[in-house]
Design a binder for this molecule. Structure first.
Ligand SMILES: C[S@@+](CC[C@H](N)C(=O)[O-])C[C@H]1O[C@@H](n2cnc3c(N)ncnc32)[C@H](O)[C@@H]1O
Length: 384
């Protein structure tokens, strides 16, 4: 086939829902990822979720967790994600009219999920930039496939302007490769990056993650971050926060789906526990654990067919999440050399009066710190 015909094929059909084919760049050796997941499940005995664990990214990795995540996002009994998705279009359109206007941006979505939020973002950005290029980035190629089909449905986006990329964005070497790719394809055109749905909170070292992701940005770029927020930071608020997740069966099914997919453990949804802690001055931290409550040791087979002893009361940490205080998230942002351009704070369940909500925050690189750093560098050089 002539290259030109191939481009036409991409433009007209690939990535569109009708054909059922999706183009995807796989940037990660999947067998290495499986070995990593296996290794994390071999951790020490711990009653507090600090031994065996499933790291963020792996919770969503593969078709089982992807389907379970989609179910949880649309569950009427697990309102956090459902409301965050449903209210997103309105919150984004406010930020867009305040701060983006008709500037032309390309769009990079870090963690596509169901793709519904990306659809709202693309719709507004395409109005001013019909040549926009969309890079959804995710660890799960299955999530990319489902998310892209949703995100580009009924948008004016051309099929050959969609580049799904499967990588683990928590690895710094992947961020460096990603930036090189953008340099090749986008020249110097500005980009909006996004990290939505409280994804930041899933990482043990959340500030380090944001610091690493911020290296993707050039001075004209913007970053849209969505996080869960809390007004109060005390034991009582931490206990209330766990309730939000505890009561939804679909969420229990999602957090155990990686275990179901990758081990032969017989899953008991009542063995999932939700533990809330106060992270001093910054956030409520919620650890979601699978605890062996059978009263005896269980043999659990891992993907390489090795067997671990899952002792009575031992735990596997399934998921981490947080609700940030305003000062907590602002510190995380400023420690990443970013500054807040605008933000919208919404109480998701005002009738519960629990002080929990979502913040959609638009940030840009702190050029004063870039200048400061280059001044320091200049001084060092001038003294030589
Ligand atoms: C909480 S969901 C948010 C989805 C979507 N942005 C939203 O707000 O509805 C997190 C998404 O990030 C992806 N993800 C999590 N950790 C990742 C990692 N380390 N590398 C790449 N993708 C990751 C997951 O597969 C999932 O699609």
């Amino acid at each position: 086939m002539e290259p030109l015909n191939f481009m036409k094929l991409l433009e007209n059909s690939i990535n569109e829902p009708g054909l059922g084919w999706t183009l995807c760049f796989i940037g990660e050796d999947q067998s290495k990822k499986l070995a990593e997941l296996t290794q994390e499940l071999r951790g020490e005995f711990s009653q507090t979720g600090d031994g065996k664990e499933i790291l963020s990214g792996f919770s969503y990795w593969g078709i089982g967790p992807t389907i379970a995540w989609n179910n949880a996002c649309h569950d009427r009994f697990y309102l956090v994600m459902k409301e965050s998705i449903e209210s997103f279009r309105y919150r984004w359109s406010q930020l867009h009219s305040n701060r983006i206007g008709d500037r032309k941006y390309h769009y990079v979505s870090l963690g596509i999920g169901t793709g519904e939020k990306d659809k709202s973002i693309l719709n507004l950005l395409l109005n001013s930039n019909p040549d926009l290029i969309y890079f959804p980035v995710d660890m799960s190629s299955e999530m990319l496939r489902i998310g892209v089909q949703q995100a580009i449905q009924e948008t004016k986006l051309k099929g050959n302007h969609v580049f799904p990329i499967q990588i683990d964005f928590s690895l710094e070497r992947n961020i460096i490769e990603l930036r090189k790719l953008f340099d090749e394809i986008l020249n110097n055109n500005p980009v909006i990056f996004s990290l939505l749905g409280n994804t930041l909170a899933n990482f043990q070292r959340d500030t380090e993650l944001l610091q690493s992701l911020s290296k993707l940005m050039r001075s004209d770029d913007k970053f849209l971050i969505e996080v869960a927020m809390t007004e109060d930071l005390n034991e009582e608020a931490a206990q209330k926060a766990t309730k939000e997740y505890e009561n939804a069966k679909s969420f229990r099914e999602f957090v155990t789906s990686a275990l179901l997919q990758n081990t032969d453990l017989h899953i008991d949804l009542n063995s999932v526990s939700f533990e809330g802690y106060v992270e001093t001055d910054r956030a409520i931290l919620i650890k979601i654990l699978y605890r062996n409550l059978t009263g005896k040791k269980i043999d659990v087979m891992l993907p390489d067919r090795s067997v671990i002893n899952f002792e009575d009361r031992d735990t596997i940490r399934l998921y981490l999440t947080r609700k940030y205080t305003s000062s907590g998230i602002h510190k995380c942002i400023s420690d990443s050399n970013l500054i807040v351009v605008d933000s919208i704070h919404t109480l998701l369940e005002p009738r519960f009066k629990n002080g929990f909500g979502m913040a959609l925050i638009l940030v840009s690189p702190d050029t004063s710190s870039i200048n400061k750093n280059s001044q320091i560098a200049d001084n060092i050089w001038s003294k030589r």
